[in-house]
Design a protein around this ligand. Structure first.
Ligand code: TEU
Length: 565
């Protein structure tokens, strides 16, 4: 593996992850190398220079493994092979080596909570029947009721509908039920079973041997369920209760799993860098989430509370302060994020009135739904990003946010593929709107996502016309474009080493102004964000390093963030 020590990353030392900017690539939707309408690994490899020029430190690849694609690859049928839709293991090796040569590290997704129902283990479990060691790898249980006709408990799927499905046994009789916290095609593993633990450790080792720089852990908070699989409390919601009030989230037993995973990744450490573990753990409150990033567990865990915090100064200040403090308690960096493949893009989410209290969780936007204000949403989104990438810690970017891509809110129901849409009976529009393929060019039938050839297939989700004017080529080199703003922010972040800095709140803070200084000994930067309706005067004697939008003379307009020296 090429030595990354001389790489252009902001921190070419082992603990690169403490301040890295990591860009999420969704292989289905980033670049289609062969014109079949779906993104693929060769397409990603060809477009890696975009990430080098953007100035990120690493790439996170969402799943590209063998999968029937019922949940866009988060339903894995073979953890150690590449789905032919995306290419081959040789294509992956080419991508990894090209990224390393450019000084980009690569982390990949690991999906340990469940496999695909196509996985050979689940097929064996179906065939082997009740009481078999094959069944013991998953959460099969007898049903309740005189004939076992009722599910084992009241758990529902995150996607909507029941969390249990009854199987027909080999002799044709109605049989046991199996748990699937997500789609019916995603049976939950039984993590009390040593065979499951061994399987996933071997998967981690397979990819570490191949040279990956780490993993993003899917549903990191769900692997262990409460003993006896008790009923979930009625009426629970994030705004009223801790996550671990749900018997399948954030149970204490998960932590010994991650201690074993950290022991494995630490055995691969080298001077060019640690191999990292980043947990996707939707866990509240912040101190409960911090337990995942204790020194012998995960390196990072996404700060989803921050992602879901309304664009209001006092809420932003509270979330930033509280989550920074909880991470500091365990000596971990904070891991900031505003968008990903599961939530409405923040360029649209922030285009609604920010009066919603608690954690705003939006289930997609469709035709006939209230629509965001696109201009307000983009202004707030770039201002919010300018706040986020100044904060101490690591930051994750979702593909296309550097272009200011909005959520696509007019997808016809028949093109939607997210199982959430079908399982919720359409009440939840699902996540397709944030997953529409990237535009690279103002021209072409797929705006450069796929090859401009007569035989090329349309993109797997239709792209709106506005994607052409928002494309990479349309924004490259254009002063004031979102893309050039992101490039400038990341360059200045690296120059001033802000990710390694210490944050101090300043007197200019008010109910409508967020103002702090970050100092890493490479030139302190003051960040002032105006979340109020009226322009705010710049402090005297400052130099504006960058602004998320045009300034009004010596004043900062609403929904604008400036970096000052
Ligand atoms: O999402 C996990 C997820 O959605 C749950 O953690 C849930 O949102 C939360 O706990 C509710 O409080 C991951 C992937 O990011 C997503 O794309 C997959 O669909 C899902 O897991 C299943 O693999």
């Amino acid at each position: 593996m090429p030595d990354l020590a001389s790489a252009s990353t902001s921190t070419a030392d082992a603990a690169w992850w403490r301040d890295a900017v990591i860009y999420q690539v969704y292989p289905r939707s980033w670049a289609d190398g062969n014109g079949d309408g779906l993104g693929d690994l060769p397409g990603i490899t060809d477009r890696l220079p975009h990430l080098r020029d953007l100035g990120v430190d690493a790439v996170w690849l969402s799943p590209f493994y063998t999968s029937p694609q019922h949940d866009a690859g988060y339903d894995v049928a073979d953890y150690c092979d590449v789905d032919p839709r995306f290419g081959t293991l040789a294509d992956f090796d080419t991508l990894l080596n090209r990224a390393h040569d450019m000084g980009l590290r690569v982390i990949v997704d690991i999906v340990p909570n469940h496999s695909s129902s196509d996985h050979e283990w689940f097929q064996a479990a179906l065939a082997a029947g009740p009481g078999s060691p094959e069944r013991a790898r998953y959460l099969f249980r007898d049903g309740r009721g005189p004939d076992g006709e009722l599910p084992p408990n009241n758990w529902n799927s995150v996607f909507g509908g029941p969390g249990w499905t009854r199987v027909t046994e080999a002799d044709g009789t109605a049989g046991q039920w199996y748990l699937h916290l997500f789609d019916v095609s995603q049976p939950d593993f039984d993590w009390t079973n040593p065979e499951v633990r061994e399987l996933l450790l071997s998967v981690l080792a397979f990819w570490l041997d191949r040279g990956v720089d780490g993993f993003r852990i899917d549903v990191a908070h769900g692997l262990i369920k409460a003993d006896g699989l008790p009923d979930a409390p009625d009426g629970w919601s994030e705004s009223v209760g801790p996550t671990n009030a749900m018997p399948f989230w954030d149970q204490p037993g998960v932590h010994e799993i991650y201690r074993s995973w950290r022991e494995l990744t630490d055995s691969y450490r080298s001077p060019s860098g640690d191999r990292i573990l980043c947990g996707e753990a939707w866990v509240l409150p912040a101190p409960a989430l911090a337990r995942y990033t204790r020194p012998d567990e995960l390196h990072q865990s996404f700060n989803f509370e921050y992602l879901m915090t309304p664009w209001r100064a006092e809420r932003q200040r509270d979330s930033i302060s509280r989550t920074l403090a909880s991470a500091a308690e365990v000596g971990a960096p904070q891991t900031w994020v505003l968008s990903n493949h599961d939530v409405v893009r923040h360029a649209s989410r922030l285009g609604f009135d920010q009066v919603a209290d608690g954690l705003v969780r939006m289930g997609g936007i469709g035709i006939g739904d209230p629509q965001p204000d696109a201009a307000v949403g983009l202004a707030r989104a770039t201002a919010a990003t300018a706040v986020m990438v100044a904060l101490p810690g690591s930051a994750y970017l979702w593909q296309g946010e550097e272009l200011g891509l909005p959520e696509v809110t007019d997808l016809a129901d028949e093109v939607r593929q997210d199982p959430t849409f079908a399982r919720s009976g359409g009440t939840d529009r699902g996540r397709d709107g944030c997953r529409v393929p990237m535009p690279w060019s103002p021209q072409g039938p797929t705006f450069g996502f796929g090859p401009d050839r007569p035989d090329a297939e349309p993109a797997w989700l239709p792209q709106p016309a506005v994607y052409g004017e928002l494309s990479v080529a349309a924004q490259t080199g254009v002063e004031g474009s979102t893309l050039e703003l992101y490039r400038t922010l990341l360059r200045l972040r690296r120059t001033h080493r802000l990710g390694r800095g210490t944050l101090t709140w300043l007197d200019e803070n008010s109910p409508t102004v967020l103002c702090f200084q970050v100092d890493a000994g490479a030139g302190a930067v003051t960040v002032l964000a105006n979340l109020g309706a009226e322009p705010v005067a710049l402090p005297d004697g400052v130099t504006v390093l960058v602004a998320s939008g045009p300034l009004d003379g010596g004043r900062v307009p609403t929904d604008t963030t400036v970096w000052l020296a």
